[in-house]
Design a protein around this ligand. Structure first.
Ligand code: SIN
Length: 512
């Protein structure tokens, strides 16, 4: 492989690029904004990994005794509501430690305890403390910065910021390059292979924890090029976004350390909905908040972190202390108003466990990919890990050279534009109302009808982003309509039960 184009400058893209350099491949990394404008950069809680040998999580007050890869596998599968691909989960959890070590070698400084061992925190639905973090709650920046430095230093990696990958170029059913929009100019950039690492699509919804660049560009471009996509009905809402403009995330690690959720009457309500209380799987907590608000007629619930004490909050969560302070809260004394916000797309471009999509020459890693590790609901702090593990596997597959390309059975779907120009705010309103935490047949029909009436324009970056959001919304509504059960993040009032046994994926491809 001579030249590979990587689309995206978060953990998955940069790590893939650095791993590709082991085989001397020349890599171009395209980032839509700057390298710091990624979901990775903003990650707070951490990265889940079971490391060999003793560390702070084993037998710690918040841990549950000896941790194991098997326990991480079990937690991931349980959170995924029986919808994970178990072989992919085993790869994720068992290959974690090697990549954490490599991050260390690249200059990542994970937090340590006073005795020098790695500090590990607890998050929802983890049976043990196994979340590594940096700077307390600045894990994303702590991982991204050394990766960015290493990529910029490597003469075999060319980083091109402000370069929007508008579409994939194909010939005879193979990907041959990328159509790039840069400073208003469109240009075709050829490549031997393309790796999508373009992140998620929080922009589909009114409230999201994602940076503004998360507009579903990778899924949309892959769909237009003919790749299969899978499990798009599963979109995770984070339970605790601060209810102020911009909806900054309040990390799950805060609940992991003991903060609780209260309703407007000051009552702790989560145990009414799940025995795990505030540390139930993320889909359960978000949906319980939505149901509780509907039941009580409230607008928001409150996160109470006051019991953690001002010294501990400042030391363990310095970023959040600043963020909440800037929003006018002293969280050592004040309750924080919180709402669920769109956070992570479990579905994405279908891949095998080597990052290969159904389209020869196209790989996908990180949030844009559906590897099967997250099932119907991602376990907290498994996303940065997925970027590392599957980024490295995609790089290894690329370095190994030609192999039999995987194929997958997919339902063909026909989508057509309507007569009206789409407006992003309208798309977000329809999706937030009918295709978010709680869904039902009538709402999904309203959404599908409305989405079909809009058309998208091709031109500026903003217009193309709107087109991608519209396309991803249509695909999500179509997938949600097909799944006539409730499972993980996909909850249907009209089909409240989960069907028995493991779920089968919803795999779709374009009919045209
Ligand atoms: C958080 O810190 O709560 C987010 C971590 C994640 O999404 O895994």
């Amino acid at each position: 492989m001579n030249s590979v184009l990587v689309i995206g400058g978060g953990i998955a893209g940069l790590y893939t690029a650095l791993e590709l350099r082991r085989s001397d491949t020349h890599v171009t990394v395209l980032a839509k904004g700057t390298l710091a404008e990624s979901s990775t950069w903003h990650a707070q809680g951490g990265i889940a990994a079971v490391l060999p040998g003793p560390h702070a999580g084993v037998g710690s007050p918040t841990g549950h005794g000896q941790d194991s890869v098997e326990s991480h596998v079990a937690d991931t599968i349980a959170a995924g509501a029986g919808h994970c691909d178990e072989p992919a989960v085993r790869i994720l959890c068992s290959e974690a430690a090697a990549h954490i070590e490599r991050l260390g070698a690249l200059g990542t400084l994970f937090d340590r305890t006073a005795d020098g061992s790695l500090a590990v925190g607890r998050e929802a639905a983890h049976a043990a403390s196994r979340i590594l973090h940096i700077g307390g709650d600045a894990t994303g920046e702590g991982i991204a910065a050394p990766l960015i430095r290493a990529a910029r230093k490597d003469p075999g990696i060319s980083v091109q910021e402000h370069s929007f990958a508008a579409d994939l170029a194909t010939r005879n059913g193979e990907v041959t390059g990328v159509v790039v929009l840069r400073h208003g100019e469109q240009q075709m950039v050829p490549a031997d292979a393309v790796v999508l690492a373009s992140g998620g699509a929080g922009g589909i919804f009114q409230h999201s924890t994602n940076p503004s660049v998360a507009t579903g560009d990778g899924v949309a471009a892959a769909w237009r090029a003919g790749a299969a996509v899978a499990d798009l009905e599963f979109f995770q809402f984070h339970p605790t976004a601060l209810n102020v403009p911009g909806h900054p995330l309040i990390s799950e690690a805060v609940r992991g350390e003991g903060a609780v959720l209260l309703d407007a009457a000051g009552r702790r309500f989560m145990t009414d909905y799940h025995p795990g209380g505030e540390l139930a799987p993320r889909d359960v907590v978000s949906r319980s908040i939505a149901l509780h608000l509907a039941r009580t007629g409230g607008q928001e619930v409150f996160l109470d972190a006051t019991s953690l004490g001002s010294d501990y909050l400042a030391r363990r969560f310095p970023t959040l202390t600043a963020v909440t302070g800037q929003a006018g809260f002293d969280w050592t004394r004040d309750l924080l108003p919180v709402v669920p916000a769109a956070h992570y797309w479990m579905g994405g471009v279908w891949t095998d466990t080597h990052g290969r999509t159904s389209l020869p020459g196209l790989y996908a890693v990180g949030e844009v990919a559906r590897t099967g590790v997250h099932g119907a609901n991602r376990l907290a702090s498994n996303s940065l890990l997925e970027g590392l593990v599957f980024g490295a596997r995609a790089a290894a597959a690329l370095a190994a050279g030609p192999a039999e390309w995987p194929t997958v059975e997919a339902d063909a779907v026909e989508l057509a534009d309507g007569p009206m120009q789409a407006v992003r705010g309208d798309v977000q309103r329809v999706m937030s109302e009918h295709v978010s935490l709680v869904r039902e047949d009538s709402g999904l029909r309203i959404a599908a009808k409305q989405l079909a009436e809009w058309r998208s324009a091709e031109g500026s970056r903003a217009e193309r982003e709107d087109a991608n959001l519209l396309l991803c919304s249509r695909l999500m509504a179509a997938a949600a309509f097909r799944r006539r059960e409730s499972r993980g993040a996909h909850y249907r009032v009209d089909f409240p039960a989960m069907t028995e046994g493991p779920g089968s994926p919803t795999i779709l491809r374009s009919a045209s």
